[in-house]
Ligand binder design. Structure first.
Ligand code: HEM
Length: 523
Protein backbone atom coordinates (compact mmCIF):
# COMPACT_ATOMS: atom_id res chain seq x y z
CA UNK A 1 0.00 0.00 0.00
CA UNK A 2 1.49 3.38 -1.01
CA UNK A 3 1.95 6.19 1.53
CA UNK A 4 -0.82 8.20 -0.18
CA UNK A 5 -3.21 5.29 0.15
CA UNK A 6 -2.30 5.00 3.82
CA UNK A 7 -2.98 8.69 4.38
CA UNK A 8 -6.29 8.39 2.57
CA UNK A 9 -7.35 5.45 4.71
CA UNK A 10 -6.54 7.33 7.95
CA UNK A 11 -8.32 10.41 6.65
CA UNK A 12 -11.32 8.39 5.61
CA UNK A 13 -11.67 6.95 9.10
CA UNK A 14 -11.03 10.38 10.63
CA UNK A 15 -8.11 9.18 12.73
CA UNK A 16 -6.62 12.46 14.00
CA UNK A 17 -3.58 13.28 16.19
CA UNK A 18 -6.09 13.83 18.99
CA UNK A 19 -7.25 10.22 18.61
CA UNK A 20 -3.61 9.15 18.77
CA UNK A 21 -3.32 10.95 22.11
CA UNK A 22 -6.48 9.23 23.38
CA UNK A 23 -5.10 5.81 22.39
CA UNK A 24 -1.78 6.49 24.12
CA UNK A 25 -3.71 7.48 27.25
CA UNK A 26 -5.26 3.99 27.26
CA UNK A 27 -1.93 2.22 27.66
CA UNK A 28 -2.06 1.85 31.50
CA UNK A 29 -5.60 0.46 31.26
CA UNK A 30 -4.55 -2.06 28.59
CA UNK A 31 -1.54 -3.13 30.62
CA UNK A 32 -3.68 -3.69 33.68
CA UNK A 33 -6.46 -5.72 32.06
CA UNK A 34 -4.81 -7.36 29.07
CA UNK A 35 -4.66 -10.86 30.58
CA UNK A 36 -8.31 -10.82 31.65
CA UNK A 37 -9.35 -9.40 28.29
CA UNK A 38 -7.57 -12.16 26.40
CA UNK A 39 -9.07 -14.86 28.62
CA UNK A 40 -12.57 -13.47 28.05
CA UNK A 41 -11.95 -13.05 24.32
CA UNK A 42 -11.02 -16.70 23.76
CA UNK A 43 -13.71 -17.94 26.09
CA UNK A 44 -16.24 -16.25 23.81
CA UNK A 45 -14.60 -17.68 20.67
CA UNK A 46 -14.70 -21.18 22.15
CA UNK A 47 -18.48 -20.85 22.50
CA UNK A 48 -19.08 -20.79 18.71
CA UNK A 49 -18.54 -24.05 16.77
CA UNK A 50 -17.29 -22.07 13.72
CA UNK A 51 -14.49 -20.43 15.73
CA UNK A 52 -13.91 -23.21 18.26
CA UNK A 53 -12.90 -25.66 15.49
CA UNK A 54 -9.86 -23.44 14.72
CA UNK A 55 -8.76 -23.26 18.34
CA UNK A 56 -7.77 -26.89 18.41
CA UNK A 57 -6.22 -27.23 21.86
CA UNK A 58 -5.17 -25.44 24.98
CA UNK A 59 -1.63 -24.73 23.73
CA UNK A 60 -2.96 -23.09 20.53
CA UNK A 61 -5.16 -20.82 22.61
CA UNK A 62 -2.26 -19.93 24.92
CA UNK A 63 -0.03 -19.15 21.95
CA UNK A 64 -2.73 -16.97 20.39
CA UNK A 65 -3.33 -15.09 23.63
CA UNK A 66 0.28 -13.99 23.59
CA UNK A 67 0.07 -12.84 19.95
CA UNK A 68 -3.18 -10.99 20.69
CA UNK A 69 -1.55 -9.18 23.60
CA UNK A 70 1.19 -7.84 21.33
CA UNK A 71 -1.47 -6.90 18.81
CA UNK A 72 -3.49 -4.91 21.32
CA UNK A 73 -0.56 -3.20 22.98
CA UNK A 74 0.63 -1.97 19.61
CA UNK A 75 -2.60 0.05 19.28
CA UNK A 76 -1.59 2.17 22.24
CA UNK A 77 1.71 3.10 20.53
CA UNK A 78 -0.33 5.35 18.23
CA UNK A 79 2.14 4.89 15.36
CA UNK A 80 0.24 4.20 12.19
CA UNK A 81 3.27 3.82 9.96
CA UNK A 82 4.28 1.48 7.18
CA UNK A 83 5.15 -1.34 9.55
CA UNK A 84 1.75 -1.02 11.29
CA UNK A 85 -0.15 -1.37 8.02
CA UNK A 86 1.96 -4.32 6.92
CA UNK A 87 1.42 -6.05 10.25
CA UNK A 88 -2.38 -5.66 10.03
CA UNK A 89 -2.46 -6.88 6.42
CA UNK A 90 -0.41 -9.91 7.45
CA UNK A 91 -2.82 -10.67 10.31
CA UNK A 92 -5.73 -10.55 7.84
CA UNK A 93 -3.86 -12.91 5.52
CA UNK A 94 -3.17 -15.34 8.38
CA UNK A 95 -6.88 -15.60 9.21
CA UNK A 96 -7.82 -16.00 5.59
CA UNK A 97 -5.20 -18.76 5.28
CA UNK A 98 -6.55 -20.70 8.27
CA UNK A 99 -10.01 -20.63 6.65
CA UNK A 100 -11.73 -18.24 9.07
CA UNK A 101 -14.55 -16.57 7.16
CA UNK A 102 -14.49 -12.73 7.23
CA UNK A 103 -17.73 -12.51 9.21
CA UNK A 104 -16.27 -14.58 12.07
CA UNK A 105 -13.11 -12.51 12.01
CA UNK A 106 -15.15 -9.32 12.42
CA UNK A 107 -16.94 -10.92 15.35
CA UNK A 108 -13.59 -10.60 17.17
CA UNK A 109 -13.84 -6.80 17.08
CA UNK A 110 -17.35 -6.97 18.39
CA UNK A 111 -16.17 -8.99 21.36
CA UNK A 112 -13.27 -6.61 22.02
CA UNK A 113 -15.50 -3.62 21.92
CA UNK A 114 -17.94 -5.16 24.36
CA UNK A 115 -15.09 -5.93 26.76
CA UNK A 116 -13.27 -2.60 26.49
CA UNK A 117 -16.10 -0.06 26.66
CA UNK A 118 -17.10 -0.65 30.34
CA UNK A 119 -13.43 -0.74 31.34
CA UNK A 120 -12.76 2.60 29.63
CA UNK A 121 -15.84 4.16 31.24
CA UNK A 122 -14.63 2.98 34.65
CA UNK A 123 -11.07 4.14 33.93
CA UNK A 124 -12.24 7.67 33.08
CA UNK A 125 -15.10 7.70 35.57
CA UNK A 126 -14.37 11.33 36.49
CA UNK A 127 -14.01 12.53 32.94
CA UNK A 128 -16.84 11.26 30.69
CA UNK A 129 -15.62 13.38 27.74
CA UNK A 130 -12.27 11.70 27.89
CA UNK A 131 -13.97 8.27 28.10
CA UNK A 132 -16.08 9.13 25.09
CA UNK A 133 -13.07 10.28 23.03
CA UNK A 134 -11.09 7.15 23.90
CA UNK A 135 -13.96 4.86 22.93
CA UNK A 136 -14.33 6.66 19.60
CA UNK A 137 -10.57 6.51 18.96
CA UNK A 138 -10.53 2.79 19.75
CA UNK A 139 -13.45 2.21 17.44
CA UNK A 140 -11.64 4.01 14.62
CA UNK A 141 -8.51 1.96 15.08
CA UNK A 142 -10.47 -1.29 15.16
CA UNK A 143 -12.17 -0.20 11.93
CA UNK A 144 -8.77 0.53 10.40
CA UNK A 145 -7.47 -2.91 11.38
CA UNK A 146 -10.65 -4.61 10.21
CA UNK A 147 -10.55 -2.81 6.86
CA UNK A 148 -6.92 -3.84 6.35
CA UNK A 149 -7.76 -7.44 7.22
CA UNK A 150 -10.64 -7.33 4.72
CA UNK A 151 -8.23 -6.02 2.06
CA UNK A 152 -6.09 -9.07 2.71
CA UNK A 153 -9.12 -11.37 2.39
CA UNK A 154 -10.25 -9.75 -0.86
CA UNK A 155 -6.75 -9.92 -2.37
CA UNK A 156 -6.40 -13.62 -1.55
CA UNK A 157 -6.59 -16.30 -4.22
CA UNK A 158 -8.86 -18.42 -2.12
CA UNK A 159 -11.39 -15.62 -1.77
CA UNK A 160 -11.32 -15.01 -5.53
CA UNK A 161 -11.67 -18.73 -6.01
CA UNK A 162 -14.70 -18.76 -3.70
CA UNK A 163 -16.24 -15.89 -5.63
CA UNK A 164 -15.66 -17.78 -8.87
CA UNK A 165 -17.29 -20.85 -7.39
CA UNK A 166 -20.23 -18.75 -6.31
CA UNK A 167 -20.56 -17.37 -9.81
CA UNK A 168 -20.28 -20.87 -11.31
CA UNK A 169 -23.12 -22.02 -9.09
CA UNK A 170 -25.27 -18.94 -9.49
CA UNK A 171 -24.85 -18.45 -13.23
CA UNK A 172 -25.04 -22.15 -14.11
CA UNK A 173 -27.70 -23.11 -16.65
CA UNK A 174 -28.44 -26.13 -14.43
CA UNK A 175 -30.40 -26.04 -11.21
CA UNK A 176 -28.02 -26.35 -8.24
CA UNK A 177 -29.12 -26.52 -4.63
CA UNK A 178 -27.93 -27.89 -1.30
CA UNK A 179 -29.87 -29.86 1.29
CA UNK A 180 -29.12 -30.17 5.00
CA UNK A 181 -29.17 -33.42 6.96
CA UNK A 182 -32.97 -33.13 7.35
CA UNK A 183 -33.46 -32.76 3.59
CA UNK A 184 -34.31 -29.07 3.86
CA UNK A 185 -33.27 -26.72 1.08
CA UNK A 186 -30.25 -24.64 2.14
CA UNK A 187 -29.17 -22.94 -1.09
CA UNK A 188 -30.95 -22.19 -4.35
CA UNK A 189 -29.34 -20.78 -7.49
CA UNK A 190 -30.82 -18.56 -10.20
CA UNK A 191 -31.53 -21.45 -12.58
CA UNK A 192 -33.57 -23.08 -9.78
CA UNK A 193 -35.63 -19.89 -9.49
CA UNK A 194 -36.20 -19.90 -13.26
CA UNK A 195 -37.07 -23.60 -13.66
CA UNK A 196 -39.22 -24.10 -10.54
CA UNK A 197 -40.65 -20.58 -10.11
CA UNK A 198 -39.74 -20.33 -6.38
CA UNK A 199 -37.55 -17.42 -5.31
CA UNK A 200 -34.68 -18.32 -2.96
CA UNK A 201 -36.17 -16.47 0.01
CA UNK A 202 -39.45 -18.37 -0.41
CA UNK A 203 -38.01 -21.85 -0.50
CA UNK A 204 -34.92 -21.78 1.73
CA UNK A 205 -35.55 -23.93 4.80
CA UNK A 206 -38.47 -25.78 3.15
CA UNK A 207 -38.43 -29.59 2.74
CA UNK A 208 -37.19 -31.18 -0.48
CA UNK A 209 -40.53 -33.02 -0.75
CA UNK A 210 -42.03 -29.73 -1.99
CA UNK A 211 -40.27 -30.32 -5.30
CA UNK A 212 -41.32 -33.93 -5.71
CA UNK A 213 -44.70 -34.78 -7.30
CA UNK A 214 -46.88 -36.85 -4.91
CA UNK A 215 -47.00 -39.81 -7.30
CA UNK A 216 -43.17 -39.91 -7.38
CA UNK A 217 -42.97 -39.57 -3.60
CA UNK A 218 -45.38 -42.47 -3.25
CA UNK A 219 -43.13 -44.68 -5.35
CA UNK A 220 -40.33 -44.21 -2.79
CA UNK A 221 -37.91 -42.40 -5.11
CA UNK A 222 -36.28 -40.34 -2.33
CA UNK A 223 -35.52 -43.52 -0.38
CA UNK A 224 -33.95 -45.09 -3.48
CA UNK A 225 -31.75 -42.02 -3.91
CA UNK A 226 -30.68 -42.27 -0.25
CA UNK A 227 -29.83 -45.96 -0.71
CA UNK A 228 -27.67 -45.19 -3.74
CA UNK A 229 -25.88 -42.38 -1.91
CA UNK A 230 -25.26 -44.63 1.10
CA UNK A 231 -23.73 -47.21 -1.26
CA UNK A 232 -21.85 -45.05 -3.82
CA UNK A 233 -21.79 -41.53 -2.37
CA UNK A 234 -23.83 -40.24 -5.32
CA UNK A 235 -26.86 -41.02 -7.45
CA UNK A 236 -27.92 -40.17 -11.02
CA UNK A 237 -31.40 -40.58 -12.43
CA UNK A 238 -33.97 -39.21 -14.84
CA UNK A 239 -37.27 -38.24 -13.24
CA UNK A 240 -39.81 -35.43 -12.86
CA UNK A 241 -40.00 -32.64 -10.33
CA UNK A 242 -42.76 -30.27 -9.33
CA UNK A 243 -42.75 -26.57 -10.24
CA UNK A 244 -44.47 -23.90 -8.19
CA UNK A 245 -47.45 -23.78 -10.59
CA UNK A 246 -47.97 -27.56 -10.23
CA UNK A 247 -46.35 -28.30 -13.62
CA UNK A 248 -44.15 -31.38 -13.97
CA UNK A 249 -40.58 -30.67 -15.08
CA UNK A 250 -38.67 -33.62 -16.58
CA UNK A 251 -35.16 -33.51 -15.15
CA UNK A 252 -31.84 -35.32 -15.09
CA UNK A 253 -30.77 -35.41 -11.45
CA UNK A 254 -27.36 -35.87 -9.89
CA UNK A 255 -27.24 -35.99 -6.09
CA UNK A 256 -24.01 -36.21 -4.05
CA UNK A 257 -22.94 -36.17 -0.43
CA UNK A 258 -22.14 -32.75 0.98
CA UNK A 259 -19.30 -32.76 3.53
CA UNK A 260 -17.79 -30.22 5.90
CA UNK A 261 -14.00 -29.58 5.92
CA UNK A 262 -13.67 -32.46 8.44
CA UNK A 263 -15.33 -34.80 5.91
CA UNK A 264 -18.48 -35.23 7.99
CA UNK A 265 -21.66 -35.59 5.97
CA UNK A 266 -23.76 -32.44 6.42
CA UNK A 267 -26.35 -32.96 3.70
CA UNK A 268 -26.67 -33.38 -0.07
CA UNK A 269 -25.90 -31.32 -3.13
CA UNK A 270 -28.20 -31.68 -6.11
CA UNK A 271 -27.71 -30.70 -9.75
CA UNK A 272 -30.81 -30.87 -11.92
CA UNK A 273 -30.91 -30.37 -15.68
CA UNK A 274 -34.24 -29.35 -17.16
CA UNK A 275 -34.74 -31.77 -20.09
CA UNK A 276 -38.18 -30.57 -21.21
CA UNK A 277 -36.89 -29.54 -24.63
CA UNK A 278 -34.90 -32.76 -25.11
CA UNK A 279 -37.94 -34.85 -24.17
CA UNK A 280 -40.11 -32.90 -26.58
CA UNK A 281 -37.64 -33.47 -29.41
CA UNK A 282 -37.37 -37.15 -28.51
CA UNK A 283 -41.14 -37.46 -28.56
CA UNK A 284 -41.37 -35.57 -31.85
CA UNK A 285 -38.75 -37.84 -33.39
CA UNK A 286 -40.43 -40.93 -32.03
CA UNK A 287 -43.77 -39.75 -33.36
CA UNK A 288 -42.28 -38.95 -36.78
CA UNK A 289 -40.58 -42.35 -36.91
CA UNK A 290 -43.73 -44.13 -35.82
CA UNK A 291 -45.79 -42.23 -38.36
CA UNK A 292 -43.30 -43.03 -41.12
CA UNK A 293 -43.51 -46.76 -40.32
CA UNK A 294 -47.29 -46.61 -40.11
CA UNK A 295 -47.37 -44.70 -43.39
CA UNK A 296 -45.30 -47.28 -45.21
CA UNK A 297 -47.23 -50.15 -43.63
CA UNK A 298 -50.60 -48.63 -44.37
CA UNK A 299 -49.74 -47.96 -48.00
CA UNK A 300 -48.72 -51.58 -48.46
CA UNK A 301 -51.68 -52.96 -46.58
CA UNK A 302 -54.24 -50.74 -48.19
CA UNK A 303 -52.84 -51.53 -51.61
CA UNK A 304 -53.01 -55.28 -50.96
CA UNK A 305 -56.57 -55.10 -49.61
CA UNK A 306 -57.95 -52.65 -52.12
CA UNK A 307 -58.01 -54.92 -55.19
CA UNK A 308 -59.58 -57.97 -53.54
CA UNK A 309 -62.08 -55.61 -51.92
CA UNK A 310 -63.26 -54.17 -55.23
CA UNK A 311 -63.73 -57.66 -56.66
CA UNK A 312 -65.67 -58.68 -53.50
CA UNK A 313 -67.88 -55.57 -53.93
CA UNK A 314 -68.43 -56.44 -57.56
CA UNK A 315 -69.33 -60.02 -56.66
CA UNK A 316 -71.73 -58.83 -53.98
CA UNK A 317 -73.51 -56.83 -56.67
CA UNK A 318 -73.64 -59.90 -58.94
CA UNK A 319 -74.89 -62.20 -56.16
CA UNK A 320 -77.50 -59.54 -55.40
CA UNK A 321 -78.71 -59.66 -58.98
CA UNK A 322 -78.87 -63.49 -58.85
CA UNK A 323 -80.89 -63.36 -55.62
CA UNK A 324 -83.35 -60.91 -57.17
CA UNK A 325 -83.82 -63.29 -60.14
CA UNK A 326 -84.47 -66.23 -57.79
CA UNK A 327 -86.86 -64.11 -55.78
CA UNK A 328 -88.94 -63.49 -58.87
CA UNK A 329 -89.43 -67.26 -59.23
CA UNK A 330 -90.23 -67.97 -55.58
CA UNK A 331 -91.41 -65.07 -53.48
CA UNK A 332 -90.02 -65.02 -49.89
CA UNK A 333 -87.23 -67.52 -50.62
CA UNK A 334 -84.59 -64.81 -50.89
CA UNK A 335 -85.38 -62.80 -47.73
CA UNK A 336 -82.69 -64.34 -45.54
CA UNK A 337 -80.10 -64.29 -48.36
CA UNK A 338 -80.83 -60.58 -48.87
CA UNK A 339 -80.30 -59.71 -45.25
CA UNK A 340 -77.04 -61.71 -45.11
CA UNK A 341 -75.85 -59.94 -48.21
CA UNK A 342 -76.68 -56.53 -46.71
CA UNK A 343 -74.60 -57.25 -43.66
CA UNK A 344 -71.68 -58.47 -45.84
CA UNK A 345 -72.04 -55.29 -47.85
CA UNK A 346 -71.95 -53.03 -44.81
CA UNK A 347 -68.89 -54.82 -43.39
CA UNK A 348 -67.07 -54.54 -46.69
CA UNK A 349 -67.86 -50.84 -46.85
CA UNK A 350 -66.43 -50.43 -43.39
CA UNK A 351 -63.21 -52.13 -44.48
CA UNK A 352 -63.15 -49.84 -47.48
CA UNK A 353 -63.48 -46.75 -45.25
CA UNK A 354 -60.66 -47.94 -43.00
CA UNK A 355 -58.52 -48.65 -46.05
CA UNK A 356 -59.15 -45.14 -47.36
CA UNK A 357 -58.18 -43.68 -43.97
CA UNK A 358 -54.91 -45.58 -44.06
CA UNK A 359 -54.24 -44.56 -47.62
CA UNK A 360 -54.95 -40.94 -46.90
CA UNK A 361 -52.55 -41.10 -43.99
CA UNK A 362 -49.85 -42.86 -45.94
CA UNK A 363 -50.05 -40.73 -49.00
CA UNK A 364 -50.19 -37.35 -47.36
CA UNK A 365 -47.98 -35.22 -49.62
CA UNK A 366 -45.99 -32.18 -48.47
CA UNK A 367 -48.39 -29.23 -48.24
CA UNK A 368 -48.61 -27.07 -51.35
CA UNK A 369 -48.74 -23.65 -49.82
CA UNK A 370 -50.52 -20.56 -51.00
CA UNK A 371 -51.71 -17.38 -49.33
CA UNK A 372 -55.13 -18.27 -47.88
CA UNK A 373 -57.74 -16.85 -45.58
CA UNK A 374 -58.59 -19.32 -42.85
CA UNK A 375 -61.97 -17.62 -42.33
CA UNK A 376 -62.96 -18.13 -45.97
CA UNK A 377 -61.80 -21.74 -46.03
CA UNK A 378 -63.92 -22.47 -42.95
CA UNK A 379 -67.05 -20.60 -44.09
CA UNK A 380 -66.99 -22.31 -47.46
CA UNK A 381 -66.34 -25.79 -46.08
CA UNK A 382 -69.00 -25.51 -43.40
CA UNK A 383 -71.62 -24.28 -45.86
CA UNK A 384 -71.47 -27.64 -47.64
CA UNK A 385 -72.24 -29.51 -44.45
CA UNK A 386 -75.58 -27.94 -43.60
CA UNK A 387 -77.58 -31.08 -44.33
CA UNK A 388 -75.29 -33.21 -42.14
CA UNK A 389 -75.64 -30.78 -39.24
CA UNK A 390 -79.40 -30.73 -39.68
CA UNK A 391 -79.57 -34.55 -39.74
CA UNK A 392 -77.52 -34.89 -36.57
CA UNK A 393 -79.21 -32.10 -34.62
CA UNK A 394 -76.00 -30.08 -34.33
CA UNK A 395 -76.23 -26.30 -34.18
CA UNK A 396 -73.21 -24.50 -35.61
CA UNK A 397 -71.94 -21.22 -34.22
CA UNK A 398 -69.13 -19.38 -35.95
CA UNK A 399 -67.20 -16.47 -34.53
CA UNK A 400 -64.63 -15.54 -37.17
CA UNK A 401 -62.34 -12.62 -36.40
CA UNK A 402 -62.61 -9.96 -39.16
CA UNK A 403 -59.04 -8.79 -38.86
CA UNK A 404 -57.52 -12.26 -39.07
CA UNK A 405 -54.22 -12.14 -40.97
CA UNK A 406 -53.71 -14.44 -43.97
CA UNK A 407 -51.73 -17.64 -43.58
CA UNK A 408 -49.48 -19.60 -45.92
CA UNK A 409 -51.00 -23.04 -46.15
CA UNK A 410 -52.42 -25.89 -48.16
CA UNK A 411 -56.14 -25.19 -48.13
CA UNK A 412 -57.09 -28.75 -49.03
CA UNK A 413 -55.04 -30.30 -46.24
CA UNK A 414 -56.09 -27.74 -43.65
CA UNK A 415 -59.74 -28.25 -44.48
CA UNK A 416 -59.22 -32.01 -44.27
CA UNK A 417 -57.85 -31.50 -40.76
CA UNK A 418 -60.73 -29.23 -39.74
CA UNK A 419 -63.20 -31.68 -41.25
CA UNK A 420 -61.77 -34.53 -39.15
CA UNK A 421 -62.24 -32.45 -36.01
CA UNK A 422 -65.76 -31.42 -37.02
CA UNK A 423 -66.70 -35.07 -37.72
CA UNK A 424 -65.32 -36.10 -34.33
CA UNK A 425 -67.33 -33.32 -32.71
CA UNK A 426 -70.53 -34.47 -34.39
CA UNK A 427 -69.88 -38.05 -33.27
CA UNK A 428 -69.30 -36.84 -29.73
CA UNK A 429 -72.81 -35.32 -29.73
CA UNK A 430 -75.11 -38.26 -30.69
CA UNK A 431 -78.08 -36.39 -29.24
CA UNK A 432 -77.22 -33.09 -30.88
CA UNK A 433 -75.49 -30.08 -29.39
CA UNK A 434 -73.54 -27.00 -30.33
CA UNK A 435 -70.41 -26.88 -32.45
CA UNK A 436 -68.46 -23.63 -32.19
CA UNK A 437 -65.78 -22.54 -34.65
CA UNK A 438 -63.83 -19.47 -33.61
CA UNK A 439 -60.83 -17.74 -35.13
CA UNK A 440 -58.65 -15.17 -33.37
CA UNK A 441 -55.35 -13.34 -33.59
CA UNK A 442 -52.76 -14.65 -31.16
CA UNK A 443 -49.15 -13.73 -30.48
CA UNK A 444 -47.84 -16.61 -32.56
CA UNK A 445 -50.21 -15.92 -35.51
CA UNK A 446 -53.81 -17.09 -35.75
CA UNK A 447 -55.84 -19.53 -33.73
CA UNK A 448 -58.78 -21.72 -34.63
CA UNK A 449 -60.91 -23.15 -31.85
CA UNK A 450 -63.29 -26.02 -32.51
CA UNK A 451 -65.49 -26.78 -29.52
CA UNK A 452 -68.33 -29.24 -29.00
CA UNK A 453 -70.79 -29.70 -26.17
CA UNK A 454 -70.49 -33.48 -26.34
CA UNK A 455 -69.61 -36.13 -23.80
CA UNK A 456 -65.95 -35.04 -23.36
CA UNK A 457 -63.02 -37.24 -22.39
CA UNK A 458 -61.22 -38.39 -19.30
CA UNK A 459 -57.75 -36.97 -18.65
CA UNK A 460 -56.27 -40.37 -19.51
CA UNK A 461 -58.02 -40.41 -22.89
CA UNK A 462 -57.10 -36.78 -23.58
CA UNK A 463 -53.42 -37.55 -23.13
CA UNK A 464 -53.51 -40.33 -25.72
CA UNK A 465 -55.67 -38.94 -28.50
CA UNK A 466 -52.77 -37.97 -30.74
CA UNK A 467 -51.19 -41.41 -30.50
CA UNK A 468 -51.67 -43.44 -33.71
CA UNK A 469 -54.24 -46.26 -33.37
CA UNK A 470 -55.70 -44.87 -30.16
CA UNK A 471 -59.43 -44.36 -30.54
CA UNK A 472 -62.36 -43.83 -28.19
CA UNK A 473 -64.78 -44.96 -30.92
CA UNK A 474 -65.45 -48.69 -31.42
CA UNK A 475 -64.94 -48.49 -35.18
CA UNK A 476 -62.27 -45.77 -35.25
CA UNK A 477 -58.88 -46.40 -36.85
CA UNK A 478 -57.12 -44.03 -34.45
CA UNK A 479 -55.47 -42.28 -37.38
CA UNK A 480 -57.73 -39.22 -37.68
CA UNK A 481 -56.18 -37.07 -34.95
CA UNK A 482 -52.56 -38.04 -35.71
CA UNK A 483 -53.32 -36.92 -39.27
CA UNK A 484 -54.69 -33.61 -38.01
CA UNK A 485 -51.63 -33.16 -35.82
CA UNK A 486 -49.32 -33.94 -38.72
CA UNK A 487 -51.04 -31.41 -41.01
CA UNK A 488 -50.81 -28.73 -38.32
CA UNK A 489 -47.14 -29.55 -37.61
CA UNK A 490 -46.33 -29.43 -41.35
CA UNK A 491 -47.78 -25.91 -41.32
CA UNK A 492 -45.49 -24.90 -38.44
CA UNK A 493 -48.39 -24.82 -36.00
CA UNK A 494 -49.49 -26.49 -32.78
CA UNK A 495 -52.65 -28.21 -31.64
CA UNK A 496 -53.86 -28.84 -28.13
CA UNK A 497 -56.99 -30.28 -26.64
CA UNK A 498 -58.99 -29.41 -23.53
CA UNK A 499 -61.70 -31.75 -22.36
CA UNK A 500 -63.51 -33.07 -19.32
CA UNK A 501 -66.16 -35.79 -19.05
CA UNK A 502 -69.58 -34.22 -19.54
CA UNK A 503 -68.14 -30.83 -20.47
CA UNK A 504 -67.37 -31.24 -24.15
CA UNK A 505 -64.08 -31.07 -25.98
CA UNK A 506 -62.21 -28.11 -27.40
CA UNK A 507 -59.36 -28.26 -29.92
CA UNK A 508 -57.17 -25.20 -30.30
CA UNK A 509 -55.00 -24.94 -33.38
CA UNK A 510 -52.43 -22.15 -33.65
CA UNK A 511 -50.79 -21.40 -36.99
CA UNK A 512 -48.18 -18.83 -37.93
CA UNK A 513 -49.50 -16.07 -40.17
CA UNK A 514 -48.02 -15.25 -43.58
CA UNK A 515 -44.75 -13.29 -43.46
CA UNK A 516 -46.11 -9.89 -44.58
CA UNK A 517 -49.14 -10.16 -42.32
CA UNK A 518 -46.96 -10.11 -39.22
CA UNK A 519 -46.49 -6.34 -39.23
CA UNK A 520 -49.71 -5.52 -41.05
CA UNK A 521 -52.06 -3.13 -39.22
CA UNK A 522 -54.94 -4.76 -37.36
CA UNK A 523 -57.51 -2.86 -39.57
C1 HEM B 1 -10.38 -8.98 16.42
C2 HEM B 1 -10.15 -10.01 15.65
C3 HEM B 1 -8.86 -10.77 15.68
C4 HEM B 1 -7.61 -10.33 15.85
C5 HEM B 1 -7.18 -8.91 16.02
C6 HEM B 1 -6.75 -11.48 15.81
C7 HEM B 1 -5.39 -11.45 15.93
C8 HEM B 1 -4.54 -12.48 15.63
C9 HEM B 1 -3.10 -12.36 15.53
C10 HEM B 1 -2.32 -11.13 15.79
C11 HEM B 1 -2.63 -13.57 15.14
C12 HEM B 1 -1.20 -13.91 14.81
C13 HEM B 1 -1.11 -13.82 13.30
C14 HEM B 1 0.21 -13.58 12.70
O1 HEM B 1 1.10 -13.21 13.42
O2 HEM B 1 0.27 -13.79 11.46
C15 HEM B 1 -3.77 -14.45 15.03
C16 HEM B 1 -3.71 -15.76 14.63
C17 HEM B 1 -4.80 -16.60 14.68
N1 HEM B 1 -6.08 -16.26 14.94
FE1 HEM B 1 -6.76 -14.44 15.32
N2 HEM B 1 -7.50 -12.61 15.63
C18 HEM B 1 -8.80 -12.21 15.56
C19 HEM B 1 -9.89 -13.01 15.41
C20 HEM B 1 -9.81 -14.37 15.39
C21 HEM B 1 -10.94 -15.22 15.45
C22 HEM B 1 -12.41 -14.78 15.55
C23 HEM B 1 -10.47 -16.48 15.39
C24 HEM B 1 -11.31 -17.70 15.42
C25 HEM B 1 -10.96 -18.78 16.03
C26 HEM B 1 -9.03 -16.41 15.27
C27 HEM B 1 -8.18 -17.50 15.13
C28 HEM B 1 -6.84 -17.38 14.91
C29 HEM B 1 -5.97 -18.50 14.61
C30 HEM B 1 -6.41 -19.96 14.47
C31 HEM B 1 -4.70 -18.01 14.46
C32 HEM B 1 -3.44 -18.80 14.28
C33 HEM B 1 -2.98 -18.95 12.91
C34 HEM B 1 -1.71 -19.80 12.95
O3 HEM B 1 -1.81 -20.96 13.38
O4 HEM B 1 -0.69 -19.26 12.59
N3 HEM B 1 -8.68 -15.12 15.29
N4 HEM B 1 -4.91 -13.76 15.36
Amino acid sequence: MSSTEREQRLEFLGLTPRDVQSLKALRPLFEKHIIAIEDAFYQELLAFPETARLLRDHSTVERLKKLQRDYLMRITDGRFDDAYFEDRLRIGKTHERVGLSPCWYLLGYNIYFKLFVPLIRGFFANDPDCAYESIVALEKVFMLDASLAMDAYIASDRYRHLQQLESIVNDSADVIFALDAENRIRSWNRAAERVFGWRAEEILGKPLAMLVPPEVLKMGELQRIENDIARDGHCHLETVRLARDGGRVPVEVSVSLLRDPQEHSIGRSAILRDITERKRLEEDNLRAERLAVIGAMSARLAHEIRNPLSSITLNIDLVGDEIEMLAKERAGAADEARSLLRSIDSEVRRIQRVTEDYLQFARMPKPRRARISLNEAISQGISFMDSLFAATGVRVETDLNDSLPAIDGDEGQLWQAVLNLVRNAIEAMPNGGTLTLRTARVRSGVSLTIADTGKGMTEEERQQIFKPFFSTKPSGTGLGLPLVQQVVAEHGGTIRCESAPGHGTTFIIELPCAEESIHAPKS
